[in-house]
Design a protein around this ligand. Structure first.
Ligand SMILES: [Ca+2]
Length: 532
């Protein structure tokens, strides 16, 4: 396996003043006065919950009263982005404070996470925090120490409590009861970090379950322009909403427990998701709705002027720096590599009189997500989002973006929406929605997010100056970070092996006649012959 030791770190940004108190609390753990300055941290992350799908953002068909409450009593972020819209690389950025393309093998989905790269739970342990979790933390992939023993991505796991889910295919994890068990094990004077990893609204869904919850197709205020507006698609969106509402209800029970034990105001709470909704052209792609995510923070002791809506751009690379600043652990002592993000404390402390400097854009991109192309190659993309614009560069436009048709478009989860689009193309010989969701893409894409948030009208040729300006900025930033693709070494990402040996070489083995299981797509997703 290629090593990542030669990955040169990004320009380290000095952590803002490292609270003297906090230094004391690390040096002399046990000083109660100092310990009270450090908050508990509750990190809540949904799996595949997409942009804008909360009441706080004005969405009428996904009801999220508990997320909305946190936003109202804290901060609602309007421009929060994961660098890569796929579970493992998105979560790898959170674990390390680095964009995925600075993580060697962990740029990819299903990686062998590099044992030499430090991770958040190890740093929190150094800071004296009790780190624990329930549900989905990091993955899919393998994370082992250099000696082959497991690495502590999850900390102590609380998963004993089960409940009957309100719809089939929702996890039976009684998240709130498991959180209650966790609280029983916390101790006064020792701050904690709890990773509450919902498995919703990841697919599968109980098809049609929305009707049981009183939802009707007309509730959806608008269908994105890259799907047909019909009952199948609207129903699929509402079944997704049922799962989001389940996680929000569980979140409400968790907040109530913190309130009851007097810890709510002593806890920094962040609620977000790892990537956009699991629908064609969203999860796994690099368009606006793939990487742009719901994000709210509540922390009365640490936030100036709660109740604000924050327009500054933030990245998941900013999370680990935020957590460690709250924990009072200087980055240099954390064991983590230099961060490519920066702590959100500048936003927390902002007087809101003018925008916080240096937060006017964010970088996104991807390498290999799911398998399903000859030679296990990926679909490399880099992009930049700035006020009103998104620029994307597809490094290998001759490849299929959602993976090859003859192996089921493996980078798009099975769904009624996907099935509808595939059947429409088969029935008519072509289909404009299929083209948007599964067809080949040009090397350069530019979208005006103000007029076209769905990213369906590519302006790269029509606006050459904007394209060139954003292109220059994108690659200058990536080069400064140390992105191998910016240094002409992009092929190295493709050489890292997929960590699921059963499926490695999927395309080539399948095309030779081997029967391979891919449970996240349908048998009908496989085209009988290669398409042009
Ligand atoms: Ca996910």
């Amino acid at each position: 396996m290629p090593a990542t030791a030669d990955l040169e770190p990004v320009h380290p940004r000095a952590m803002r003043t490292t609270l003297l108190l906090a230094v004391f609390s690390v040096t002399f753990a046990g000083l109660i006065a100092a310990e009270t300055e450090r908050p508990n941290i509750l990190f809540v992350i949904a799996d595949d919950w997409g942009n804008g799908h909360a009441g706080a953002y004005g969405c009428p068909w996904v009801k999220t009263p508990h997320f909305d409450r946190l936003a109202k009593e804290g901060l609602l972020f309007l421009n929060a982005y994961t660098p890569t819209a796929k579970c493992a690389p998105s979560r790898s950025a959170i674990m390390t404070g680095r964009h995925p393309w600075l993580l060697g093998a962990a740029a990819n989905h299903f990686p062998y996470f590099p044992p030499e790269i430090g991770i958040l739970p190890e740093a929190l342990d150094k800071a004296g925090y009790f780190y624990a979790s329930t549900g989905k933390v990091w993955g899919p992939g393998q994370s082992l120490k250099a000696d082959g023993s497991p690495r502590p991505m999850t900390g102590k796991v609380f998963a004993r409590r089960k409940t009957a889910p309100p719809a089939k295919a929702i996890a039976n994890n009684d998240y709130a009861a498991n959180f209650a068990d966790f609280l029983q094990e916390t101790k006064p004077g020792r701050p904690w970090f709890f990773w509450l990893g919902f498995q919703e609204p990841h697919r599968a869904y109980e098809e049609g379950s929305h009707a049981r919850f009183g939802k009707r197709p007309a509730d959806v205020d608008r269908v994105p322009k890259y799907w047909p507006d019909n009952a199948t698609v609207r129903g699929d969106m509402l079944d997704y909403a049922v799962e989001v509402e389940h996680l929000d209800a569980q979140l409400g029970k968790v907040i109530a427990q913190l309130e009851a034990c007097g810890e709510l105001d002593r806890t920094l709470i962040i609620v977000t998701s790892d990537n956009g909704m699991p629908f064609p052209r969203v999860k796994g792609s690099a368009y606006e709705n793939a990487n742009h995510l719901p994000f709210a923070v509540r922390w009365p002791a640490g936030i100036a002027r709660s109740g604000r809506k924050v327009s500054e751009f933030i990245s998941f690379a900013d999370l680990a720096p935020t957590f460690l600043e709250a924990a009072g652990l200087p980055w240099a002592n954390s064991g983590l590599r230099p961060t490519s993000g920066r702590s959100l404390f500048d936003i927390f402390k902002s007087d809101d009189a003018k925008p916080v400097a240096g937060r006017d854009f964010t970088l996104i991109g991807r390498e290999r997500n799911d398998l399903g192309r000859p030679g296990d190659v990926g679909y490399p993309v880099r992009g930049i989002v700035t006020a009103g614009m998104i620029y994307l560069e597809n490094a290998e436009p001759s490849r299929w973006p959602a993976c090859n048709p003859e192996t089921g478009y493996l980078d798009t989860d099975a769904s009624p929406t996907k099935t509808f689009l595939l059947q429409a193309r088969r029935a008519q010989g072509s289909d404009p929605f299929w083209d948007l969701c599964f067809g080949m893409r040009p090397g350069r894409e530019l979208y005006d997010l103000t007029a076209d948030a769905d990213c369906v009208s590519n302006l790269a040729s029509a606006r050459p100056d904007d394209t060139e300006n954003l292109r220059a900025k994108l690659w200058a930033e990536l080069k400064q970070q140390g992105d191998l693709r910016a240094l002409g070494r992009g092929a190295e990402y493709e050489a890292f092996p997929h960590s699921d040996e059963r499926r490695r070489g999927f395309y080539d083995r399948y095309m030779k006649g081997e029967l391979l299981e891919a449970g996240w797509v349908d048998k009908t997703d496989f085209e009988k012959a290669p398409l042009k």
